[in-house]
Write a protein that binds this ligand. Structure first.
Ligand code: ZN
Length: 329
């Protein structure tokens, strides 16, 4: 189903606002949200138009109305007039499928399923950006247990340096999780959800290392707990080669499993109580060690950008500086 929905959204001429593909994607999403059985987030339609743009939102009602809701969101517009399967058709398809599974589990927290418009340039971080508008118009006085945003999760991870990408085993399975620092419960939740994830190497990273690259911006700024899942910028991002052939669907299914475990953890975690923020560097180091695994540290050390000794925030800072420089972020 994830593959089919990704295909349906990977329109040859893309989904840019104002283009015919945008309207096709909108109609398709409304139909799929209905089939899945989501309740409209507001009024009697999933569509929440603003000016020339339209966000979409539905809800899976939780069994405990006093529990804070979770939001899962991704943008559905495209940056170019091309399929844009990785950015961001596949995230939307994954969320649709997750919603379908979730509805059968009847979780205690309500789940808001949101598809945002106008994430891409020239609307990025402007007043037209769908997620900013959604937050401002529809949930400014709400509190979320957690907001989970997905963007560019379909391609294999790559550093962009051919010898590293070819020689280092398992590098393609890396995925970044940003935002664990936004709530004291999140490091534990991410760590537990990533136990026994085969062939998905999860690297938690502070948002400030990378900066706001997607729709989590609106929620982070508002002080809501959030997680941002992404494989980062890839070699075909924002080009016509970002098409269905570029997507690793077994990798996508592994991310879906991880997301389902995150939701399971979130459903019972005491997200309502917030403790003093703490620097989660020990968790980052543990997760990084696990994700990198032998013999990667050795190879990376030989290539000269990995310090085997990783003990403090300072060590992570210097590693991240090197990695980000290499990955041309
Ligand atoms: Zn994107």
């Amino acid at each position: 189903m994830i593959k089919q929905d990704t295909e349906q959204l990977s329109l040859e001429k893309g989904r840019r606002p104002g283009q015919p593909g945008h309207e096709i994607a909108l109609k398709f999403l409304e139909r799929r949200m209905g089939e899945i059985g989501l309740a409209p987030y507001e009024g009697d339609s999933y569509a929440l138009p603003y000016g020339e743009f339209t966000n979409l939102a539905g809800v899976i009602e939780g069994t405990d109305s006093s529990a804070l809701p979770v939001l899962i969101g991704a943008h559905y517009d495209s940056a170019i007039d091309g399929p844009s399967s990785d950015d961001n058709a596949v995230s939307v398809a994954l969320i649709l499928h997750t919603a379908e599974l979730l509805i059968k589990k009847s979780p205690s927290r309500s789940t808001v399923i949101a598809f945002f418009d106008a994430e891409e340039k020239p609307n990025f971080l402007t007043k037209n950006m769908g997620s900013l508008r959604f937050y401002k118009d529809h949930c400014e006085d709400m509190e979320f247990a957690c907001v989970i945003i997905l963007d560019m999760i379909g391609h294999n991870f790559e550093v962009g340096v051919p010898p590293v990408d070819l020689l280092v085993p398992g590098i393609k399975d890396f995925m970044f999780v940003l935002g664990s620092e936004s709530h004291t419960q999140l490091p534990d939740i991410v760590e537990r959800a990533s136990k026994d994830t085969k062939r998905l190497r999860i690297i938690p990273t502070l948002n400030r290392y990378i900066g706001d690259r997607s729709d989590h911006h609106a929620f982070r700024k508002a002080g809501q707990p959030y997680l941002f899942l992404s494989r980062g910028w890839g070699k075909y991002s924002h080009t016509p080669k970002d098409n269905i052939q570029w997507i690793n669907f077994s990798g996508v299914h592994r991310i879906e499993n991880f997301l389902l475990r995150l939701l399971e953890q979130l459903d019972t975690a005491p997200m309502e109580t917030r403790l003093e923020p703490a620097d989660p560097f020990r968790y980052e180091i543990r997760m990084m060690r696990k994700a990198i695994g032998w013999p990667l540290p050795f190879i990376l050390a030989c290539l000269g950008f990995f310090r085997m000794a990783l003990h403090s925030r300072e060590d992570i800072n210097s590693l991240m500086r090197k990695v980000l420089k290499l990955a041309k972020f």
